[in-house]
Design a protein around this ligand. Structure first.
Ligand code: BDP
Length: 647
């Protein structure tokens, strides 16, 4: 990411510069795709499941449940994967369970995968919350700390040991959060026996969404040849009409291999090619990747096919991996966010991965519905509040031109002990994993390393300086931010961010019921932050709870009228400031979502403009009108795009 001065000079420098994306982790994490040389077998569906309800939650390890079929060591129930387990049964103890749960599934691996020694078989978990250990046929193959991001293990030799046996996959998942996890939490034991039952403990969390747990994203087996494309990194730019795709391919399994890299347009025509593991492809008459509503052809993707051939004394290995590539640039000035050198204004939403019954489990029907609603709304962007969303969702964003602020799970860093070395080390690894996974998505335009940390605490300065520097070293092509709700004068991390992202809840958490304070306080907020830091600002959250169907005029809190009036007061100020240095507005929240039980939550957070079932509240129509108007007003919307006539 660079601040544009003379773009032509910068582009020449870009061509000469070294690769900006550095990945410190061993191995890539390419999304598993089928190809001529790769097969994928999904393991979604029903798994055997048992929660370890023993007092120390450790019976599963003491009795080595992974060694035999789970059904042989105790009762099991059927559990869908992917899904959170919390809302699947009628059992409140499972809904609120803290500790280890065990999943198991037997699978028949295709005979060729076993007999062909030249094939690698990999077990991949899209995400599981929070700590996972995986065994195959009783042998541990991997463990992973953190939800929201994928992990995998090669299991080829294990499944070849006894080809007649099915492959038994056991995954133990623990949702306990500590001061050093992301997000952080604490376990509190209540030892007063006059008030609490024996062994009673609670999980304290410092974030406002239900701590859903389980296997949240697809589990699958996939193959690659023994010599394979392990990772691809692309960085893009353009000069006049020529697109520039700098790429680097990492190969594993052989010291040398022949590569053919072909970039194809949407019709499958080759537009550039090369046979070196790294280089710059030039695309004549480039079709840039544009955000939704900024261009008549948003989300244009080329396909980069990497074809590898490696010849050993005994065999020839061939691997093909095809990566979607969008060619675009992102730059930040003191007052603007530029996509392809044109000012981009974020008119979007904050979301959650959250829905009835499945909790945070990936659900295609829900994903497609949400995209339809986003486009109906005229939203051009969202933030993955407060953790990385499924790769499948980012792929939709790439295709539809929905711009993403990609947030890591650094939410609720409120306790000073969560600023220590162990927390920071883990946070750096999570950023490594996030950038490794999402670096090639054109839709991802900015990294957010945290949401509302206690950034006024003294250790926050070192913490955020290190974290942001690290993230920029991982990827210098994108700006980095974190989301603050702290006081502009005391915020310790703001000097290090590229874009200031501020959350505020005037006339809700502050001065509840007093809508008249919004113009004054919001104006002061913007002037203060801009005055001190001279960086563009996104209103990264604002909103009000509204119970659908609750009405009162003049408006009162929790009614649809109050939500409308509050949003409109914010919008008036945005309209003044967006002509200056405010570069975006993201409503809190796209839809109602589940939270922990609390006296200020009536079965969840109701700040959605859609209900949890994705039906519009009155505010959805206010926002829709505004977002389409904003898209039209910027003048970049070509005449083909009709302002929806119902507005
Ligand atoms: C913000 C948090 C968000 C909450 C929201 C709220 O970032 O996670 O859900 O407040 O209270 O401060 O509705």
């Amino acid at each position: 990411m660079s601040v544009p001065g003379s773009f032509a000079v910068l582009r020449v420098l870009w061509l000469l510069s070294v690769f900006g994306t550095v990945l410190p982790l061993d191995g890539g994490m390419l999304f598993p795709r089928e190809s001529f040389s790769r097969e994928v077998k999904e393991l979604n569906g029903l798994w055997d499941f048992r929660a370890d309800g023993s007092p120390n939650r450790n019976e599963g390890f003491e009795k080595a449940w992974y060694k035999r079929r789970l059904a042989e060591t105790g009762p099991v129930i059927e559990m869908p994967v992917p899904a959170s387990y919390n809302d699947i049964t009628q059992d409140p103890t499972l809904r609120d369970f803290i500790g280890w749960v065990w999943y198991e599934r037997e699978v028949f691996v295709p005979a060729r995968w076993i007999s062909d020694e030249g094939t690698r078989v990999i077990l991949r978990v899209g995400s599981a919350h929070y700590y996972s250990i995986v065994w195959v046929n009783g042998e541990k193959v991997t463990e992973h700390e953190g939800g929201h991001l994928p992990f995998e293990a090669e299991i080829s030799s294990l499944i070849r040991r006894d080809p007649t046996k099915p492959c038994r996959i056991t995954i133990a998942v623990n949702n306990t959060l500590t001061l050093e996890t992301l997000p952080p939490g604490t376990i509190q034991y209540m030892n007063d026996r006059t008030r609490y039952p024996d062994g009673f403990f609670v999980q304290n969390i410092y974030f406002d969404f239900f701590n859903y747990a389980g296997i949240h994203r697809p589990v699958l087996l996939y193959t690659t040849p023994k010599v394979y494309v392990d990772d691809i990194i692309v960085e893009t730019n353009f000069m006049d009409n020529t697109g520039l795709v700098r790429y680097k391919v990492s190969v594993q399994g052989a010291a040398t291999a022949t590569l053919k890299v072909t970039l194809m347009d949407k019709d499958g025509h080759c537009v550039a090619s090369s046979n070196t593991p790294s280089g710059v492809l030039k695309v004549v008459d480039v079709k840039l990747w544009w955000p939704y509503l900024m261009h008549e052809n948003p989300g244009y993707l080329y396909s980069m096919e990497v074809h590898l051939i490696a010849v050993s004394e005994t065999s020839t290995y061939e691997d093909v991996y095809t990566l979607p590539v969008g060619i675009r640039t992102v730059n930040v000035t003191k007052t603007q966010f530029l996509v392809n050198n044109k000012p981009f204004y974020f008119h979007g939403v904050n979301k959650h991965e959250d829905s009835d019954i499945r909790g945070k489990g990936l659900d295609w029907a829900l994903i497609v519905k949400d995209f339809n609603l986003i486009k109906w709304l005229g939203a051009n962007s969202f933030r993955t509040s407060h953790y990385p969303y499924a790769e499948e969702i980012l792929q939709m964003c790439d295709r539809h031109g929905i711009v993403v602020i990609d947030e890591c799970p650094g939410v609720g860093i409120k306790d000073i002990r969560s600023f220590g070395n162990a927390s920071l080390s883990h946070h750096l690894v999570v950023m490594d994993e996030l950038v490794r996974r999402d670096k090639n998505h054109p839709s991802v335009v900015m990294w957010s390393v945290a949401n509302e940390p206690a950034s006024e605490m003294p250790p926050a300065e070192f913490y955020f300086k290190t974290l942001i520097k690290h993230t920029k070293a991982l990827d210098h092509t994108r700006p980095v931010t974190y989301i603050t709700d702290s006081n502009y004068a005391r915020d310790k991390g703001a000097p290090f961010v590229d874009v200031v992202c501020v959350n505020s809840y005037f006339s809700w958490y502050h001065d509840p019921g007093h809508l008249e304070v919004i113009p004054i306080q919001l104006n002061a907020q913007f002037e203060n932050w801009y005055g001190k830091y001279k960086k563009p600002i996104i209103q990264s959250e604002y909103g009000a709870d509204a119970l659908p169907g609750l009405h009162m005029d003049p408006p009162m809190m929790f009614t649809e009228e109050y939500q409308n009036a509050l949003l409109q007061s914010y919008h008036d100020v945005f309209d003044q400031k967006r002509k200056q240095y405010v570069i975006g507005e993201l409503i809190w929240n796209f839809a109602d979502f589940m939270t922990a039980q609390a006296i200020h939550r009536v079965v969840g957070n109701k700040k959605g403009i859609f209900t949890r079932q994705r039906q519009p509240k009155a505010a959805a129509f206010i926002l829709r009108k505004r977002y389409w108007r904003l898209a039209n007003e910027t003048g970049r919307l070509p005449p083909w795009t009709k302002y929806p006539c119902s507005l």
